[in-house]
Design a protein around this ligand. Sequence first.
Ligand code: UDX
Length: 451
Amino acid sequence: MMEIQRHRLVLITPPFQGHLTPMLHLATVLHSKGFSITVAHAHFNSPDPSNHPNFCFLPLFYGLSDTHISSKNVVDITATLNTRCVSPIKEALIDQIEKANINHEKIACVIYDGLMYSIDSVARELKLPNIVLRTTSATNFLTYHTFLQRQSSGWLPLQDSMSLDLVPELEPLRFKDLPMFNSCDIQKQIAKTVAVRPSLGVICNTVNCLEEESLYRLHQVYKVSFFPIGPLHMIAEEDSSSSSFVEEDYSCIGWLKKQPKQSVLYVSLGSIASWEEKELTEVACGLANSKQKFLWVIRPGTISDVSEWLESLCKDVRVAIAERGCIVKWAPQGEVLADEAVGGFWSHCGWNSTLESLCEGVPMMCQPHFGDQRVNARLLSHVWKVGLEWSNVMERNEIEVAVRRLMVNSEGKEMRQKALKLKNEIKIAVKDGSSYDALNRLVKSILSMNL
Ligand code: UDX
């Protein structure tokens, strides 16, 4: 019999920007550790194979369409995805096992995104070692467990009057920060997510120095191994290729280079959240009145005609945008945050944006929209103290005041100092600290399952 030469990993990702990007970073890291890589993905919102010539890509029909995705109903999309992806993924895995045998390889492990909880039973049935990649914070995952544990002790139904109360086990989170607050559909999905028991454990895109206590508590309740090897974009530093679904507009980097140090507020709500036209107008007026410079991402589809909307703004605001602003459809966010001209980030607090900002020492103005974003915002403002909590009222005066608090006032300066300190701690964790150690532990675990 021929000796098995290589271990192949099959990574399975859903068609969302905030999930595909960390999965590709993980693939890059594990490839650098000697594994062969296959990335299974949806037939749309696909990665560009030419950016990763060393990987095999496997486009699959998950049973979702891009119009389904554009409905933005994340809960419904997740439920449909988990029902419809099972049989195509099972067939693809069986095929991969056969191909691996022919090529004297072995499928050493299936790594799937935490959103795709239904893969758990597929991997189990095919007797493949498996790992879940959690692309949100460990604290967010902990809220799922705490919620389920407490379901029987009087938490449900959550009353609106409790929304500002602190959750006893999860302070400083309030009930209203919980991602499942009063949504039965989300609660059902959370129960399914928590029921998953990956044989090799959970990879978390986080760092010990940010979430040590949550990681410790998760390990205690979940009783599988945890590998906090993040931030993945930093640990995969050799991977500078883009996985953006929308083409990045690099003209904004040229614009940033002409701006003074820490003078620009970067404004972006990631790939799903958005403001309505009325809110966009309040943002434009608030930014103009704050007298600060700003780089603003307005994604395609946010508004039917951006030029027409800009024309409809009053003259003073148009002049302010022309003099102090730069608007793009999609920015190379990593490079933007790394540019010394950027002094703050007005963000929806998606976990990737949060990590990217922390890694560059940029303080944030928090405006969570849904799901894990409220947890992240609370961590930013009340635990790491590098995020500004403000009224979140989409009214120009409120916006003006909040922007100035972050960019001009002493509280913004203090947050910037704290952010720089965290940046250094994260750097150390990645270079030869906790994330570096967790990665080595992960590689050993995968190999030891395949001896
Ligand atoms: C989603 C959820 O909303 C988020 O809460 C969860 O943590 C991950 O999945 P998304 O809303 O897109 O993600 O936010 P985020 O996690 O911040 O990811 C956005 C990604 O798009 C980041 O990696 C960011 O760098 C990138 N991006 C965003 C760009 O490259 N350019 C842009 O102009 C805007």
